[in-house]
Design a protein around this ligand. Structure first.
Ligand SMILES: [Zn+2]
Length: 100
């Protein structure tokens, strides 16, 4: 199993909360992550959260182009376009996600 992670370096990306990463674990995909990171006041309100900056929720979407600069992201020549565009939402704000 080969794993290869790459980040899209983009000056138009928001400073934090949005990431674009390439993963190739069998199916190559560029993934847009939108992540809500815990702030100090979040920690006071939600006792399931432990540290500032940890993810409260993350939404992932497979993308072919960067939505900020518009370039076509490389490495997707052989990707199955019909199956592309998967998305996932991970909510880490509650007890159920504490599986460690
Ligand atoms: Zn970009």
């Amino acid at each position: 199993m080969s794993e290869n992670f790459n980040e899209h370096e983009c000056e138009h990306l928001p400073d934090k909360g949005v990431y674009i990463e390439f993963s190739d674990d069998g199916e190559p995909a560029w993934k847009l992550y939108i992540q809500r990171e815990a702030t100090e006041s979040d920690l006071e309100e939600n006792h399931y959260l432990e540290t500032e900056g940890e993810s409260i929720w993350t939404t992932m979407l497979e993308i072919t182009h960067c939505p900020f600069c518009g370039i076509q992201l490389p490495g997707l020549e052989n990707v199955d376009k019909e199956a592309y565009g998967k998305f996932q939402h991970i909510d880490s704000s509650g007890w159920s996600s504490k599986s460690m």
